[in-house]
Design a protein around this ligand. Structure first.
Ligand code: IMP
Ligand code: MG
Length: 172
């Protein structure tokens, strides 16, 4: 039997996202629209809240990325759904639920750079730095988390638990 233990309650997430929204507004003051590019499916919940926590005009795009185990040195990830609109010449913030090994993000940043955005930053609700295999700089981090398997607020275990309002540790 697996059990759930709350790590970050919904209220703390809400407060932190308001702070991130304010930080983004300061960084892009007077600018926009900023292209928020969410990585499906995990980032969808965070992106919906982050987009509404910022006053800077934003557009919302989603991509799908399948990542593999990281046993090969290249081609560990591929796009399963591309952007609907080009981001060339625009300010882009990639939105992720969690940065773990960094393999997914490192791959996607490389893809996006080729699309020549005006600027490119990263927002991740959760950062698990202890597991990093690829160096990626996350500009907007919600919370640094320990090396435990987390679910809720968009994160899943075999597609379950995404709609939990809290970030929870899945044990057992
Ligand atoms: P990375 O490529 O290892 O950085 O992993 C990125 C993706 O793996 C995230 O976008 C999540 O979908 C998934 N992931 C990593 N850690 C967890 C976790 O603790 N719980 C649920 N999904 C996770
Ligand atoms: Mg994901």
């Amino acid at each position: 039997m697996s059990t759930l233990r709350v790590l970050i309650p919904a209220e703390k997430i809400r407060t932190r996202i308001q702070e991130l929204g304010a930080q983004i507004d300061r960084d892009y003051s007077g600018g926009g629209p900023v292209y928020l590019v969410g990585v499906l499916k995990g980032a969808s919940v965070f992106m919906a809240d982050l987009a509404r926590a910022m006053k800077t005009p934003a557009r919302m795009e989603f991509v799908g990325i399948a990542s593999y185990d990281g046993k090969t040195s290249s081609g560990e990830a591929r796009l399963t759904k591309d952007l609907d609109h080009p981001v060339q010449g625009h300010d882009v913030i990639v939105v992720e639920d969690i940065v773990d090994t960094g393999i997914t993000l490192a791959y996607f940043l490389q893809v996006l750079q080729q699309r020549k955005p005006k600027s490119l930053r990263i927002a991740a609700l959760l950062d698990k730095p202890s597991r990093r295999k690829r160096q990626v700089h996350v500009d907007y981090v919600g919370f640094e988390v320990p090396d435990q398997f987390l679910v809720g607020y968009g994160l899943d275990y075999e597609e379950d638990y995404r709609n939990l309002p809290d970030v929870c540790i899945l044990e057992g």
